[in-house]
Write a protein that binds this ligand. Sequence first.
Ligand code: SF4
Length: 369
Amino acid sequence: MPITGIYGPDDLASRPQGQVVSSPRDAPARTGPALPRPSLEWTPEVERATAALYDRVKHVIPPIEWPLMAPTIKAINELKRARGAVILAHNYQAPEIFHCVADIGGDSLQLAVEATKVEANIIVQCGVHFMAETSKLLDPDDKTVLIPDSRAGCSLAASITGADVRLLREKFPGVPVVAYVNTSAEVKAEVDICCTSSNAVQVVESLNAPTVIFLPDRYLATYVASKTDVKIIAWKGSCEVHERFKGEELRAFREADPSVQIIAHPECPPDVLAEADFTGSTAHMINWVRQKRPRRLVMITECSMADNVRAELPDVEMLRPCNLCPHMKRITLANILESLLTLREEVTIDPALAVRALRSVERMINLKN
Ligand code: SF4
């Protein structure tokens, strides 16, 4: 069914005007001395040491670019071992990060859950700030969580504050609130349970309520509403990457080649999803490609994911369009190296808020199990 209502900051009369939405913070490094800077020259030794890594990305990184990246990749991998660090990379990170320096790759929740199982003292999160916060929330050992650029935000996470959630609760007393993981810890602390794009329908139905507030992504809310009888009240947030796709672009691809397969992320608008052969989270999309091995594919999500899949499955021809996420692209080889050298920028969360935010994430994880 269609969503029951949609609200945003302007509909919450008592929201203070001009309020700054919670944003990533810079924090002083907690431990460890800065290490000496390694040489970043392209030498025969660097070429030999990184040859196996280049083999993984040769279908998506031209040979002329490799000498510019390989010295930093080698230095990161050596520093990572010296620091006892583990690097997590989201599916939207560039191939030289995802395939050449990351220890664990995946979607935001996979990364946070996998991070709890590693023995490293330091986690370097190559993704956006809410992802680093989620890793910090789920970390039982209080590891040092670093993000190479704390300005790496997200249009969804920035669309709503904890105060907005409290105002929504006043407007709809007794209605449970589900938050997509693409939210700040401050918002997670105010809601009943979190969800991902893979389990959103299951989470909404688990609440056994006739109506649920689902935030912050209006398009994911619309998709969930189309799959359940629960009435959905949505928030006016959106992903600035996925909302730019248009159904007409996809129709043009299909008209040009009727055999093309189209898969899309549920953060896209409904006219885009209507054209897709499959809709799913990043992890589900990757699994779908691995299983189906389509000859020609339009993957409607962030550009780097298509490159990362193509590096693994070069026989699949990827057709554009794709859109870049400017926040994800703040993470670079250069600032990952800097982060390992200086142990900046550490992600911290107020302990009292962390307890409440963790509860919402754990409720979802327990539901999954
Ligand atoms: S792709 Fe969209 S949802 Fe993901 S980090 Fe970028 S803005 Fe946020």
